[in-house]
Design a protein around this ligand. Structure first.
Ligand code: FEO
Length: 191
């Protein structure tokens, strides 16, 4: 192969559509990080230290997700476009509202992930399809984690949860694992 041919060789392995979808997902993950930062600050200002730390740790996870998309686009020879991150929106009005909004945001993110999975399937872009499987599992984990939190708050009284029950919830959260246990890891012996 002549050097001229090498220079003009197309090394981009992503279609225009997939590249655009990956870039907007990258921004979406950055947006999720901003939301967790905002809610974490709200929780801290309302004296929920455990909840605040949990949300701040999660903001970091979202930044890591953003980075995974960025690295993948580069790895496949695509063009990264770093765009403005939308504002996180209004603060929660209560602990229940905080986790309700968090859950809705995770479901919205899952739907965006599924769309890219579908796109990659339709295009037969198996590298992207394979890359996205990590996110499919991650979203199941994140939804489960927040769902478990919501269940605990509901048991404590939801919007009407007493200061005392929110205090113990906040304290428990300080020592709660950030990873949810998925059904696929369960057995009859260890349900
Ligand atoms: Fe990166 Fe919470 O999804």
């Amino acid at each position: 192969m002549t050097s001229k041919k090498i220079n003009t060789m197309n090394t981009n392995r992503l279609s225009k559509t997939i590249c655009k979808a990956l870039n907007s997902q990258m921004t979406k993950e950055a947006h999720a990080a901003q939301i967790y930062l905002a809610y974490g600050s709200w929780a801290d200002a309302n004296s929920y230290q455990g909840i605040s730390n949990f949300l701040f740790r999660h903001a970091n996870e979202e930044r890591n997700h953003m980075m995974k998309f960025l690295e993948y686009i580069l790895e496949r020879g695509g063009t990264v476009s770093v765009e403005a991150i939308p504002a996180p929106g209004p603060n929660p009005t209560s602990v229940f509202d905080c986790f309700k909004k968090t859950f809705e945001q995770e479901v919205d993110n899952t739907e965006a992930i599924y769309k890219i999975v579908k796109l990659s399937f339709d295009e037969g872009d198996w590298a992207t399809w394979n890359f996205m499987q990590w996110f499919v599992k991650e979203q199941t984990e994140e939804e489960t984690l927040v769902m478990n939190m919501l269940d605990k708050i509901k048991i404590a009284g939801g919007e009407k949860a007493s200061g005392e029950s929110l205090y113990s919830l906040d304290r428990d959260l300080a020592s709660t694992d950030d990873e949810a246990e998925l059904a696929r890891n369960k057995t009859v012996e260890a349900p």
